[in-house]
Structure formats: C-alpha cells, structure tokens
Design a binder for this molecule. Structure first.
Ligand code: GLU
Length: 417
C-alpha cells in the first residue's frame, strides 16, 4: 500500500462508519461497537533449539461478544501488531453476524516469522501463548482457529496445552486435524465459500461461470481451494501466485497439477504449462473475476486503477484498502467484501464446534451442503439490503452485520439510556 492509504484499522472503522450513517445508530452505540471489549498483550518466552532464549509478543483481542462466544483466528506473522489484531477482531464480529452463526468476534497473533522457527520451537511457542491467554479462552468464552502462519497442527498443540489443565476439550479450538475432532471440509471451507460467492456474484452480473476467466492471488490454503472449487464449477483459472511469484496461461492453468507442484516445491513458480509473471501483473490481468486470497492491502490507491477485473472477491481479510475501494467503486467494479466472501472458514468452524459439543460427526457432504446454505442466505441478505439502501455489496454487508450486533448488544443491556 502507499502512504495515501489508511492503515487497516482506520479503514475498517471507516467502513463501519459508513454503515452506521445509513442505519442511524446513536452515538453511544457507535462508540461501543467501535471499541474492542477486551485486549490482552502477552510475553511468549521460548527456549530455542540452540539453547538461547527469545521472548515474542502475543495478542488476543475480543471485539464484541454480544451474539455468542468470541471467535477468530490466531496469526503468526512478523508484522502482526495490536492495531492489525483489533481490525481483524472487528471484522470477525461482522463476519459471524452476517453469517448468522452464534459467535462474537476476536483475533489473536504472535509477532513471529513461523518459517524462522523449527517445528519443536513452534510447538513450545504455541503452548506458551495458549497458557498466556488461557484465562480468556473457553468453549463458551472464546474459541481460536487458524489464520495466516498457523494451521491444523497449531490447533492440535493449542488443544493439547489447554487440555493439560482443563481435561479433554476439543471444542476449545476449531480447524483441528480431523483425527482430533476437526471437521471434514474445514480446510477447504474458506476457498470453497469464496468460489461459491464468486459464482453467485457472476450470475447476478450475467457472467456465465462456466468459462469465466479468474485470477487468484495467493495459493495457500484459501487460494488453492478457491482455485480448485471455481475450476470445478467450470471457470478458467488463468493465473495464480504466491509470495515468490505468479504463473499465467490464458487457456487456463491446470490447478490440480499446480497444487501438486506447490506441495513438492513450496511455490507455484515452475509449475508446468504456464509462463511466469509478477504478482503486480497478475492483479492487472484482463479477467472477469479477481480473487485476492493472500494478505491485506494488496490492492491500494497506487494500483487500483490498473485492475481490469469486473468482480473482486475478497478471499483474504482486507485485501483492498479503503481508498482503493472508493476508486474501484467509482469505476463500477463489483467488490464482494471479506466479511461475506471468506466467511466459509468460520462457518465450518461453527459446524466443528457444534459437532464437538454434541460429540457427533458429520460427513463431508453434509458439511458442504450446510455451508452452501449459510453462504446462500448471507449473500441474499446482502443483495436484499443493497436494493433496500441502493448501495454496494460492502456497505450492505456491513449494514446487515452491524444491525445484528447492535440488536444483540442492546438486548443484553450493554447500553442503558
Ligand atoms: N481465520 C479465519 C477468518 O479470518 C477463520 C476464523 C475462525 O474459523 O474462527 O475468518
């Protein structure tokens, strides 16, 4: 992003203010919903494999819990900080409300480059972080999940660390390995949900998904599953990328072959039947659907005018800055916001938590069917609100979500007047 763009927290608050203006919320409620309910900063000391000692910094921010236990991922990233975590926690409150699942919003993070630590060091770091935030989390309080830099293995360690003092508690985290009570379909869910929403948005714009051209930035868990699912729906994925570079084939990249290549080489670069391009070139490709599925702020005021896609589907959290959002809106580009587009992950997290509490297993077919139902209802709630308010997808999504959180917050009696 450029210096002309608002930092992520300010951008998230600005989107919130737009919705508040339309909903006519009072100032008391506006202030209450802007502020995280609870924030914790912790030290995470880790003995390194070589005998030395490092103290990392960790966070857990609980934004709003009026609709249910706090819910949200834990991110391991060298640029994690408290403001980022606040912004992401707020997005989770709107995401769970829009999906209409019984959770609030939270986010956690540790300032660390997970690639620079051994598996044993990551295991120790995760256990210590879990015990440091241990008094805030609980099956009915706050349920962590994976995010950037963390995965099912991280959740297994968190569950084990929590269980050491509380006994067997699989519902304490979601996104676990299936062998430990994770849900079938959880890993694919964020990407699958984004592909489902892309198809719904394409249909509304009279773009035939079969044969539609798609570029996907990011080939991690979210991007790779978005690529595979949208490809199954008949779309032509013409480019994919990761942090090391991008590949392009105007006739369509073989996403399954690229997936195998990625599993072996840790990058899409060099995958067969595609030419190398840069990440910047990928964002500017002539395609119908662009899916940023990597990290925040990749489409900003400096490159928004170069985007040629008709639809942007935010599979990552906050990949489009507030300023870029205005530029793209003015140009008529349809943006499907993160709180709608990437809700598949937390929706299947909800299924996982519900299965754990009932000590019952659903098969993958049921998970995918239920996911489709939740995504379809959320999409409809947004498009109904768009018509009612004559606005775009993002503002309508925020309006639906903020109104639900506001209602629950009021019913709980948090604001007395
Ligand atoms: N980290 C994911 C997100 O940003 C999933 C959160 C969850 O499943 O709790 O939506």
């Amino acid at each position: 992003m450029t210096t002309a763009d608002k930092p992520m927290l300010e951008g998230a608050r600005a989107y919130f203010e737009q919705a508040v203006g339309r909903l006519g919320l009072g100032d008391d409620m506006r202030q209450l919903l802007l502020h995280p309910w609870r924030e914790l900063t912790v030290a995470v000391p880790v003995r390194r494999d070589d005998g030395s000692f490092s103290v990392f910094t960790g966070f857990r921010v609980q934004h709003n819990g009026a609709r249910g236990p706090y819910k949200g991922g834990v991110r391991y990233h060298p640029r994690a900080d408290l403001d980022h975590t606040r912004a992401l926690a707020m997005l989770m409150s709107w995401k769970t409300a829009l999906a209409d699942i019984p959770f609030g919003g939270a986010k956690g993070g540790v300032v660390v480059d997970p690639q620079a630590l051994s598996v044993a060091e990551l295991n120790r770091l995760t256990r210590r972080y879990t015990s440091q935030i241990g008094h805030l989390i609980g099956v009915n309080r706050d349920i962590p999940a994976p995010d950037l830099g963390t995965n099912a293995q991280t959740m297994a360690w968190m569950m084990d660390a929590y269980g050491a003092t509380h006994g067997y508690t699989p519902g304490i985290v979601t996104g676990k390995p299936v062998e430990l009570g994770g849900s079938a379909g959880r890993e694919a869910a964020p990407g699958r949900g984004a592909a489902l929403i892309a198809a719904m948005a394409a249909r509304d714009l009279r773009i035939d998904i079969s044969g539609a051209t798609v570029a996907i930035q990011g080939f991690g868990q979210v991007g790779s599953w978005a690529a595979k699912t949208i490809n199954e729906a008949g779309a032509r994925v013409i480019a994919v990328s990761d942090a090391l570079g991008a590949i392009y084939n105007p006739n369509g990249v073989d996403v399954w072959e690229t997936d195998r290549h990625y599993a072996v080489n840790g990058t899409v670069k060099g995958a067969p039947n595609a030419e190398p391009i840069t990440n910047a070139e990928l964002l500017a490709l002539d395609c119908q659907i662009l899916i940023p599925a990597a990290i925040e702020d990749v489409i900003h005021s400096g490159n928004a005018s170069k985007v040629r896609a008709r639809i942007i589907v935010e599979a990552a959290n906050a990949p489009v800055t507030f300023e870029a959002d205005q530029i793209l809106n003015d140009r008529g580009v349809v943006i499907i916001p993160d709180i709608l587009a990437n809700a598949g992950g937390v929706i299947v997290s909800y299924f996982e938590w519900a299965q754990n509490i009932q000590e019952f297993r659903w098969d993958e077919q049921r998970v995918n069917q239920e996911l489709t139902g939740f995504m379809t209802r959320s999409y409809k709630a947004v498009t109904d609100m768009m018509r009612e308010q004559s606005t775009n997808h993002r503002t309508a999504a925020y309006s639906v979500a903020v109104a639900r959180v506001e209602r629950a917050t009021k019913l709980r009696g948090f604001v007395t007047s």
